[in-house]
Each structure stands twice: as C-alpha cells, then as structure tokens.
Design a protein around this ligand. Structure first.
Ligand SMILES: *[C@@H]1O[C@H](CO)[C@@H](O)[C@H](O)[C@H]1NC(C)=O
Length: 375
C-alpha cells in the first residue's frame, strides 16, 4: 500500500516537475532537459568560473574606438564575497608610459585560453605613437559564448553600475550563430548600459550615473539600424552606482520586455510585419528582408549568449560632444587622436575613479548574480 502510494506520488511529482518549455538552450552549461519555469543558468559568483565566463582578449575597442584593452587578468576581473567585479586599471601601470607611445603590443597567445578573440579594428596587434597611443585602459569583457545561449526566457542580473568619468558598463546579449547574417541583421539585446559620470548633463538632463538604458539593435546592415525605435531609459535620482538593482528581460515568442526592479521600462510586441515593419525598413523599396522566412520575432527568435563588460570612452557618440561635466569631455568624437586626448587629460578623470580606495570598487561594474529561467 505504502509502496503503491509512493509510486503514485513520485509519478505525479515527476509529471509536475517537467512541463516542456518553448525555451531552447545550448552550450556546455545548458541543461539537457528544459522544464517550464526552471532556472536554467545561474551564477552567484561565489567563485569566478572561467568555464562559464570566457574572457575576451582584444584591443579592438568594441568597434567604437573605445579606449580599453580587454584581457584575462585578476586586476580587472575577479570574484570577491559573492560578487563579480569588473574593474578598470591603467595600461601604463603594466607597461610603462614610454611603451604606450613607441611600442608594438601583440596580444595573441598560444594556449587556447590566450588567443586573441577579436582581430577586427587592429584588435590583436597595435603600435603606439605619440599621437595615437596604445589603448590606455585595461578592463574586462566576459561572455557565455561557449557555456550557455538561449532563445526565449527570463533573464535577471542584479548589479551595481560603476562611477567614474567616461566609464561605460554594459550587460547585454549577442546572437550565438548569426542566423540572419552579420551585425545588426541577427540582432543585439542590450539589457543595461550606463555612464559613470556623476555629474554629466546633456541639455539639462543628467545622462551619467542617474540614467540606465536598454536597447535592441536590428536592421539589414549597420547604416540601417532600428535601435532608436527600441531604446528606453529610466532615471534614478540616487544614481545606479549607489545600490544594486535587478535588470530584467522577459523574452517570449510574442514580445521583448525590459524592466528594472520589476518596473517595466519598455516592450515591443511586433505585429505580423515583425521587426522589419517595426524598424520602418519596409519604407525602403528594393531592400531584401533577411528575416522574411523567420517568425515575427526575427531576428529575436534565435539563441543569444550573455556578455558583461566595462568599456571606457569611444567615439561613437555614446558620450556626446558638448555635454556638461565638471571637467569637460577631453576628446571630440571626430578626433583621430581620441585615445591620446583622453589619456592626456588623466588629471581630470582619474581622480573620479577612486582606484586607490577599496580596491577600486567605485569604478567597478559589480554583479551579484546572473539568472535565466525557462518560460
Ligand atoms: C595583470 O595586470 C597587472 C596590472 O596591470 C600587471 O601588473 C600584470 O603584469 C598583469 N599580468 C599579466 C600576466 O599580464
């Protein structure tokens, strides 16, 4: 009798335990079976698991001529007390000032973990000159490209944004397989980006630590990107650098929705015309829609992986010319010597990073956890 009851109970709980989900996954840390509502990826950063988080090793500057050199170094990325820190440091601390204006830095390595991960934009080797110095900041960018990618689900990252002039943290997702072609045809999902300046204003609006944004990038080629129709910001008078917040993405076969601390920031529920119509690309006669055989969510109907990084500066306009900041922005976005101009103004921005206080925690992107649930 008891045995029978146990069998019945076990069968019932097994049935309840796994309702199949629309969410799909891949990667070395992906579960074999995806059950509806289940936690399918998580990291609390009790340790820094480099099998989950692959470091980028590149001088590429993110395609925006950002000023950092990303590498795998515990000065720039480490887990401490259950938190992941991505912390900037000065390249000159390692190589010396003279090296930056006169030497060649080749970051290609022999071991699988030491390979240069992005050769684009002189990403694996650069030579510094007095007007065009080597990337002046060292930082880190980590990704789940081998360990975990998913299509549809709920993502929540509890994080604290860094403070310090011209710091640009980002937690975002990129397509695992570029099923619709290269960027931005296969999409990009930016969960959160912010700017580290504590007192930066553009047209009277605080666009530094008091602003956090979420964005989708999608379009048939780089010059035609519908991001402006899929970009949301939220303000916090206390600053996103002062406390941890939960940055959330809900991604279903019907909509994409961004929230912060359970308050919706924005969402897109595309109609039958999909993102092609949402981006207004149907108004450009003669363009071939790369998503024409995808679902209405295309390109956001394929697997994406997670990226977390701390960038600095760049010339793409994320830091607009003409902003008001206690120390003016030291480079123009059109300048061919932007990194050098930035470096030469070190006396203005370096004190705002507080690198010598508390192991540079103010200037660090801090991540308490990353969690993904199946739908
Ligand atoms: C790691 O970074 C520190 C600080 O920049 C530097 O001194 C050290 O040489 C780096 N380690 C390696 C192996 O590059």
């Amino acid at each position: 009798m008891w045995g029978l009851l146990l069998v019945v109970a076990a069968t019932a709980s097994l049935g309840a335990a796994c309702t199949p989900s629309v969410t799909t996954v891949s990667g070395t840390y992906a579960p074999v079976t995806v059950c509806s509502g289940a936690l399918i990826f998580s990291d609390d950063f009790d340790e820094f698991d480099l099998e989950k988080w692959q470091h980028e090793n590149t001088l590429a500057g993110g395609g925006n001529w950002e000023f950092q050199y990303y590498s795998n170094n515990r000065t720039n990325s480490f887990a401490h007390s259950g938190t992941l820190f991505i912390r900037p440091s000065l390249t000159a601390d390692q190589f010396g000032q003279a090296f930056m204006t006169s030497s060649t830095l080749n970051i290609e390595g022999g071991a699988p973990a030491d390979r240069c991960t992005n050769p684009q934009w002189w990403g694996c080797e650069r030579t510094g000159t007095p007007t065009n110095i080597l990337n002046p900041i060292k930082s880190a960018r980590v990704r789940t490209v081998e360990s975990f990618s998913f299509r549809y689900g709920r993502l929540e990252v509890r994080a604290k944004m860094p403070a310090g002039d011209w710091l640009w943290p980002a937690i975002w997702l990129m397509p695992a397989h570029n099923v619709y072609g290269t960027w931005p045809s296969s999409g990009e999902i930016d969960l959160v980006e912010s700017r580290g300046n504590r007192n930066m204003f553009s047209n009277g609006v605080h666009i530094g630590t008091q602003e956090a944004g979420s964005t989708l990038h999608y379009g048939p080629f780089p010059e035609l990107n519908g991001w402006e129709r899929a970009h949301w910001i939220r303000r916090n008078g206390n600053g996103y650098d002062r406390a941890f917040h939960r940055y959330q993405l809900e991604w279903t076969p019907d909509f994409l929705r961004f929230s912060i601390d359970d308050v919706e920031l924005g969402r897109i529920t595309p109609g039958n015309g999909g993102f092609w119509q949402h981006g207004g690309f149907n108004n450009h006669p003669g363009l071939l829609n790369p998503w024409r055989y995808g679902s209405k969510m295309a390109p956001f109907d394929q697997k994406f992986y997670i990226i977390m990084n701390l960038a600095v500066g760049g010339t793409n306009g994320f830091f607009p010319d003409g902003v008001t900041n206690p120390f003016p922005k030291p480079w123009w976005n059109g300048s061919p010597t932007a990194a050098t101009d930035f470096w030469n103004a070190q006396a203005a921005w370096l004190p705002t990073w507080n690198l010598n206080v508390n192991d540079g925690q103010d200037a660090s992107l801090q991540v308490d956890y990353v969690r993904v649930w199946a739908l």
